[in-house]
Design a binder for this molecule. Structure first.
Ligand SMILES: CC(C)(COP(=O)(O)OP(=O)(O)OC[C@H]1O[C@@H](n2cnc3c(N)ncnc32)[C@H](O)[C@@H]1OP(=O)(O)O)[C@@H](O)C(=O)NCCC(=O)NCCS
Length: 408
């Protein structure tokens, strides 16, 4: 940073006892995504590490001007173990050889990188990333990854040109508004709420070979932010909430089609706000909501309140099997909408692989959604996983991806 004393940057660990106010100040000044258009702002409700604290290991760093002690940037990172591929079992005594097993690896995830607009393009973002990566390496992670908007040129350039990341996956963020009216759930579908242990069993046995499946799925499902896992089956099949006899029984004789998803309460973690909308757009949105509230039986697709801080629920573990799985997902999404309405949320979001076959069953508004959320990845070390996948960064995408709700 040259010899200018003003610009000497110290990167150190975030200290909640003294940094809270200044970190919040930087957060407030930072839009996420390209500037000049509508921008999304995040309010972390006074807890800057809220989006990493539920992971097995996490760290937040801040960049401080040595002369004035002003905080001008920050970054969060977390470490966990996830599936990076699959292999066939060699031990035929304990495993069914036709069923592939997951290959796990230790990965790090970078999020919440922010540099104050007044101090950009001075190398601070790069410094924060490099220091975070040092911590990842010290903790034996094999890969580091992050998600960014495709058109966030600053972020894409920083990671791909300067830090050696490559573009890896482009899952779709699907966002649906929460209306003032309830959505009907098809009467051809039965919904069953699973206990966390049944949900764990179902996810491990059917989803654990999907990439990014977290090995500690049990801690995700048992987290207070996880509002429940719901299974949808065709009405008339032998499974109902009343007769439910556990996941083993279900998986030993499943119906032809079934679908599942879990709901995560992001509203208690952070609020979002869309800024930059014209007065006319805001008034129009408000009018649709008033009419929907007054006349809910009309089921008007009202525009949600997104121009003030709003909360959301995130749907994770969306999956299923059989020819009617997408229809069953649709019914689950209607149920999730109603839960979000009761919870006072403005939108429901989920993130699925670009080629996910069940995407057709997830209702969403294109304008609120993001067709290609760019995930970039870098290999930090070799052979921490069992090596059977080779270099994961070079592997083609699967049909599905497991998006961890802790990081959304
Ligand atoms: C992305 C962000 C953190 C970059 O921070 P920064 O301190 O300005 O970045 P640096 O000065 O370390 O820049 C390093 C490299 O990143 C790239 N870069 C940074 N800003 C850029 C911009 N506005 N346009 C194009 N490339 C840019 C360049 O390659 C740059 O190297 P160079 O200056 O030698 O050309 C900052 O712009 C920011 O806070 N943006 C808003 C929040 C956000 O989008 N965060 C990322 C979410 S993952």
């Amino acid at each position: 940073m040259g010899g200018d004393d003003e610009c000497v940057i110290v990167v150190r660990e975030f200290d909640p006892s003294k940094d809270l106010a200044s970190v919040e100040e930087v957060e407030k000044r930072c839009e996420v995504g390209p500037s000049g258009k509508l921008s999304l702002f995040t309010d972390l409700l006074g807890d800057p590490i809220c989006r990493v604290r539920h992971s097995p290991a996490f760290l937040m760093l801040v960049a401080e001007l040595s002369s004035t002690k002003e905080i001008v940037g920050m970054i969060r990172g977390c470490i966990k173990t996830v599936t990076c591929g699959k292999k066939l079992s060699r031990n035929t005594k304990t495993n069914d050889p036709s069923k592939p097993l997951p290959v796990y690896t230790k990965v790090a995830y970078i999020l919440g990188l922010r540099v104050s607009p007044s101090h950009r393009r001075m190398g601070i973002g790069l410094k924060l990333v490099l220091r975070m990566e040092e911590w990842f390496v010290q903790n034996g992670t094999e890969y580091s990854y992050l998600a960014t908007e495709n058109d966030n040129q600053a972020s894409v350039n920083l990671f791909t040109d300067k830090c050696g990341y490559s573009k890896f996956r482009t899952p779709s963020i699907l966002v649906n508004p929460v209306f003032a009216h309830r959505l009907p759930v098809s009467n051809r579908v039965s919904l069953i709420k699973l206990s966390p242990s049944d949900a764990e069993s179902l996810y491990r046995r059917r989803f654990s070979t999907i990439e990014f499946f977290p090995r500690d799925i049990d801690s995700v499902l048992n987290n207070r932010l996880s509002l429940g896992t719901f299974l949808a089956v065709p009405r008339g099949c032998c499974y109902t909430q009343e007769t439910w006899a556990g996941c083993d029984k279900f998986l030993s004789d499943p119906p032809e089609s079934w679908a599942v998803l879990s709901v995560w309460n992001c509203k208690d973690v952070f609020r979002l706000e869309v800024r930059g909308a014209s007065r006319m757009r805001k008034t129009l949105a408000k009018t649709t909501r008033i009419v929907d509230k007054l006349l809910p039986f009309l089921r008007l697709p009202s525009i949600p309140e997104v121009f003030k801080p709003f909360g959301l629920h995130f749907l994770y573990g969306v999956g299923g099997e059989g020819p009617s799985a997408a229809k069953l997902v649709y019914a689950l999404c209607a149920h999730a909408h109603n839960l979000a309405k009761e919870g006072g949320c403005s939108v429901v979001a989920t993130e699925v692989a670009n080629g996910e076959p069940l995407k057709a069953g997830v209702p969403h508004w294109k304008r609120l959604s993001c067709d290609a959320d760019l995930w970039c990845i870098k290999r930090l070390g070799e052979d921490y996983s069992d090596g059977s996948v080779g270099d994961w960064t070079k592997s083609p995408p699967g049909l599905s991806i497991f998006v961890d709700p802790r990081e959304f």
